[in-house]
Write a protein of this length. Structure first.
Length: 273
């Protein structure tokens, strides 16, 4: 696919996916969503890619401020929503469980770990995108908001499902009911972000974290643990989680990653993944 609104780079197991419409501050369009899904699908099917870091083109001075203003005006004029995506849209993460087969819920079906490097404002769909990632690093100056309440819209893209699971029902209710702005330090304090850093340090911290995962955690363990977290988010039965873990343990102890991990431990050396 010809990339017009995103950029993609792969380095030693870590892919960097940049939302890149700097002339519009990286605002969201159907084309951007199409490219995002295409790249997530490509990365998820590439055995060399274990972590995808998603960030905003720094020239755009935000992460993603939500939908493009012209597109929003078009929705209002039509009186209906047009996603602006083609019929042959890529479906990363689909086909694993029915619960994952929807926009952004498909993140739960990915095998790769996703890390959001929120290097500026994230509003509406931009906030949703960040929330569906596994890990979030945020700039201290970044303004995060659902924004929907001030546009006369509902909470978007499953924010009413994912946000309470990240920060608890009370805090999520406050943020979604008011559509207020949350700055980076508060996001870290309430668990919406894993860390809040100066703006220039956000992407570097996210990449360091991602490369640390690639270097120290076995590919099969990283994939399995991510699958467990996603699966367990969609049920409330602890016995199901335990049985699933036991089945995975039985299978993974026969695989090469376990043999290498055990050998590295006995030989007191770093594992060679």
């Amino acid at each position: 696919m010809d990339l017009k609104t995103t950029r993609w780079e792969v380095d030693r197991g870590v892919a960097t996916l940049s939302l890149s419409r700097p002339e519009s501050h990286n605002a969201w369009t159907g084309r951007m969503h199409t490219e995002l899904r295409h790249l997530l699908d490509a990365g998820n099917n590439d055995p060399e890619v274990r972590v995808i870091v998603i960030t905003g083109d720094p020239a755009g001075k935000t992460f993603c401020p939500g939908g493009d203003a012209a597109a929003l005006a078009g929705h209002a004029e039509r009186g209906s929503y047009d996603a602006g995506t083609p019929d042959d849209l890529a479906n990363p993460g689909y086909g694993i469980r029915d619960e994952y087969d929807a926009d952004f819920a498909y993140f739960l079906g990915l095998d790769v770990v996703t890390v959001a490097a929120i290097n500026g404002a994230a509003a509406g769909v931009g906030l949703a995108l960040a929330c569906w990632c596994d890990i979030r690093f945020v700039a201290e100056s970044a303004k995060l908001t659902s924004a929907h309440g001030k546009l006369g819209l509902p909470a978007e893209y499953g924010l009413s499902w994912i946000l309470p699971r990240l920060i608890g029902h009370g805090r999520a209710s406050d943020i979604l009911l008011t559509s207020r702005i949350v700055l980076g330090p508060e996001a870290a304090d309430i668990g919406l972000a894993n860390a809040s850093l100066p703006q220039g340090d956000v992407l570097g911290a996210a990449l360091d974290y991602a490369h640390g995962l690639v270097r120290t955690v076995s590919p099969s363990s990283l994939r399995a643990t991510r699958q467990q977290l996603a699966y367990d988010a969609t049920h409330d039965n602890p016995a199901v989680s335990v049985r699933d873990a036991q089945a995975r343990l039985e299978q993974m102890m026969s695989e090469t990653d376990y043999r290498e991990g055990a050998a590295a431990l006995n030989e007191r050396r770093p594992p060679r993944w």
